[in-house]
Ligand binder design. Structure first.
Ligand SMILES: [Zn+2]
Ligand SMILES: [Zn+2]
Ligand SMILES: [Zn+2]
Ligand SMILES: [Zn+2]
Length: 104
């Protein structure tokens, strides 16, 4: 019997479709077909690719496809990117993002 690669205590019954880990039912999200580790690092927008960063505005985890990199290390999700001019007006703390936006 193969042991779950997350807990190493229960037998593995599923294979994660993203990372290929063999996991037990406790550490598998049947609806999404992914393991517990991937579900923690999954893009909050599309829910199918692994996140590379979190949005600098809303904090959601985002993958490369669902986000725009304003500067290395600063990424915003597609929704916030579209709304950025309005968000920046409402929250002065985000004005640094508007400057990056103009530059890009
Ligand atoms: Zn497990
Ligand atoms: Zn996984
Ligand atoms: Zn995504
Ligand atoms: Zn966002």
């Amino acid at each position: 019997m193969t042991l779950c690669e997350v807990c190493r205590r229960r037998g593995a019954r599923y294979v994660c479709r993203i990372c290929g880990r063999e996991v037990c039912e406790e550490h598998y999200d049947v609806a999404r077909g992914i393991c517990a580790i991937c579900s923690e690092t999954l893009c909050a927008v599309c829910g199918s690719r692994l996140a590379v960063d979190s949005c600098a505005v809303c904090g959601r985890l985002v993958c490369r496809k669902c986000s725009v990199e304003l500067q290395p290390g600063i990424r915003v999700c597609g929704d916030c990117y579209r709304d950025l001019p309005r968000l920046v007006k409402e929250d002065p703390r985000l004005s640094y993002l508007a400057r990056l936006l103009r530059r890009s």
